[in-house]
Design a protein around this ligand. Sequence first.
Ligand SMILES: Cc1ncc(COP(=O)(O)O)c(C=O)c1O
Length: 474
Amino acid sequence: MRPTGISGSDSLVRVSRFAHPAGDRHAEMMPQERPPRPPADLNSLSPKIWPRNSARTGGAVTVGGVDVRDLARDYGTPLYVLDEDDVRSRCRDYAEAFGDSDVHYAGKAFLCRELARWIDEEGLGLDVCSGGELAVALSVDFPPERITLHGNNKSAAELERAIQAGVGRIVADSFEEIARLGHLAERHGVRPRVLIRVTTGVEAHTHEFIATAHDDQKFGFSLNNGSAAEAVRRVLALPQLELLGLHSHIGSQIIDTAGFEVAAQRLTALLAQIKDEHGVVLPELDLGGGYGIAYVEADEAPDIKVIADSLREIVAKVCANAGVPVPRLTVEPGRTIVGPGGVTVYEVGTVKDVEGLRTYVSVDGGMSDNVRTALYGAEYTSVLASRSSDARPMLSRVVGKHCESGDIVVRDLWLPDDLAPGDLLAVAATGAYCRSLANNYNYQPRPAVVAVRDGVARVIVRGETEEDLLRGQS
Ligand SMILES: Cc1ncc(COP(=O)(O)O)c(C=O)c1O
């Protein structure tokens, strides 16, 4: 049975443009997953979700001072738009909040040559997790000593390239890799600096954290079953490797900060154990990334200053109790740096009502440019961006053009019921894990990425063409 329908002032909203054939009562009933109530103003851009330099000017949405209609005209749709000042200011927020700790941007969230330059200019380090990401960084002369290489199955070639480039840290993720690193270090006559990735038993999920007793995943060395301690022994046994510290990453889009605190406590306890067993004081502790951002109004993103203060306090306290010096901390934010400054602009192609349920709004992209909704039920919000509207809110689902019914961009949202083909929609907070996870499903070319700042737009990643898609085929 569906939940009860809309009442009172909600009669001003419309679930779909057509009544349900079973009658008015059905037509007023909300769908199974009841969406949030419509916002008071469909035209508003919530500052906690939209880029810092976005606004509605003369009806249309502007980002970085550039009107989305001009962007769509000049660069086509779908289009990724990145508010450069938003991204840069978040880098500075992190640097300020974490003070004398190191902040490394996690390139997997989104990486291109220009973004790597911004990260360098803002003084952050960079995490890469493949030879390809490393190549991007090296191609713009990103200082190798500020690069960390991650990955649960780095190839020998990737490790070799990282060693030859002189990257600052390599995060060891398996016993095989420790052996490979030892071998490569000897061959090249260098002493790579190594962190050990520890699985702390804290399993974090979106919006929650669950402390677990088992570590059922592919990354890292388990703390609980003693693998982490064994990895430390093996690295210390290889004089050609320099063990700098421990690393942990507990998950992503984490709103509740308690999981970070538990992980920090457990890692610090391991540092103390290493000092007792080996007489070695490890100077570094990398606590990973994973801090959440607001995708929809209901999300409460943690304040980065609060996280920074709390992590420092915990590590200092546990170190004092255990009698070990406080290590230098590193954090690896990805989403929080680049997510909120990104917006995807789409053109509406069709507007289809489905019997008293909702209206399906099809746009010219979808799961090829943003697979997160289909992949793990991510939530987004969107507005009519090419004009404002005073029309009634219409319960909508924004869907893509791909041949999958799971090809959903925004599952539940309210759009004005005068929405029509040719209108532009902007989807907020798409800066992270959208372009980096983009694909060519249905031979859809991946859209361009345009950086906007002070009223000027410039392409930082060219959109793909049909020729790009056919290249390399016999
Ligand atoms: C090791 C590591 N560090 C940092 C990150 C960045 O996480 P986020 O973008 O959620 O901050 C990830 C994401 O998967 C990761 O695996």
